[in-house]
Every structure is written in C-alpha cells, then in structure tokens.
Ligand binder design. Structure first.
Ligand SMILES: CC(C)(COP(=O)(O)OP(=O)(O)OC[C@H]1O[C@@H](n2cnc3c(N)ncnc32)[C@H](O)[C@@H]1OP(=O)(O)O)[C@@H](O)C(=O)NCCC(=O)NCCS
Length: 140
C-alpha cells in the first residue's frame, strides 16, 4: 500500500497504540492495555504490528502463535482512516508474520455483538467456525 508501512511497534508507539484502541472501541475496562502490550512483546511468539501512515499509527493488530494456531487480537483502524485498505493491510501483515514462522491457520475472536466486523473478515476469506469461547481468569 502506497504511503503505508506495516512494522512491529516500538516502545515510543505505546501511547498512540493505546489511544487508537480507545478510539476504535477495542479497549475494554477490564483489560490493562499497558500490561497487554508488554506481555505480547515479551518474547518472540507474539508481537504488536502497526500500520504507519504519514508518520502516524493508523492501525494495529496483536499477533502471536501458541504452538498450535496463530491468533490476532486488537485489530483496529483509526476511525479517520477506515475504508482505505488499512484493515486488510494489517491483517495481511499478521498473516505474513505467522506464515514466516510456519503457522498455517490464523483465528480470532469476534464479540457476538460486533456484527459490523463479520463481513470484513468474511471478505478477507475467514469463516465463522461456530465455536464458543470459554474463559476463566486464573491469575489476577
Ligand atoms: C473492521 C476494521 C478493522 C476494518 O478496517 P478498514 O480499514 O475499514 O477495512 P479495509 O478498508 O481494509 O477493508 C478491507 C476490505 O474489506 C471490505 N470490508 C470492510 N468492512 C466490510 C464489511 N463490514 N462487510 C464486508 N466487507 C467489508 C472492504 O470493502 C475492503 O474490500 P476490498 O479490499 O475488496 O476493497 C475497522 O472497521 C475497525 O477498526 N473496526 C472497529 C474495531 C473492530 O471491531 N475490530 C475488530 C475486532 S474483532
């Protein structure tokens, strides 16, 4: 994409990344964004990708592999830049990151009420696996 760079985030991107998560509506009060960023960047199994446009962070995707599958979280585009290919570009970046590590399937969680985003993922070739996610906090 002309004028857009996909790269791993740097320490000095943290403020912009968290601001984008709030603006895009992917931040949740029960998730500490600083902790999530630090944990995803602590070892080579995961990272946080950003799409930089005109020197600013315009999209993000947290991507990682758990020894079996690839996962993406915090897929978000700055509301001012939506509909211009950044969502597709950051997902392509996540797929490339995983492919380079030998991972052959990428999956992600979509909240039941986020109906708007389902068409986006389907358009990119993702299919709804009709599974339910169970979760338990095992360490506060
Ligand atoms: C979902 C989101 C990431 C999409 O970003 P975007 O930059 O607007 O998407 P793009 O412009 O890259 O669209 C990529 C392609 O998907 C298509 N598309 C986008 N949204 C679509 C939708 N709801 N239904 C069908 N197709 C859609 C586009 O037309 C485009 O098609 P093309 O490549 O053939 O031109 C963005 O709207 C967003 O940040 N949403 C809020 C946060 C969120 O819900 N994240 C997901 C959490 S699971």
């Amino acid at each position: 994409m002309t004028g857009t760079t996909i790269r791993a985030m740097r320490d000095d991107d943290a403020e912009a990344v968290v601001a984008l998560w709030h603006a895009a509506g992917v931040a949740r009060p029960w998730n500490d964004p600083a902790r999530d960023l630090a944990f995803a960047r602590r070892d080579p199994h995961s990272t946080v990708l950003v799409a930089e446009r005109d020197g600013r962070v315009a999209a993000t995707a947290m991507v990682g592999e758990d020894g079996h599958r690839g996962w993406a979280y915090y897929v978000a585009v700055d509301p001012a830049h939506r509909g211009s290919g950044l969502g597709g570009a950051i997902m392509a970046g996540a797929e490339d990151w995983l492919r380079a590590r030998g991972v052959w399937k990428l999956q992600l969680l979509v909240r039941e009420d986020n109906t708007a985003v389902k068409g986006f993922y389907e358009h990119l070739g993702y299919r709804d696996t009709r599974t339910t996610c169970f979760q338990k906090v095992i360490e506060p």
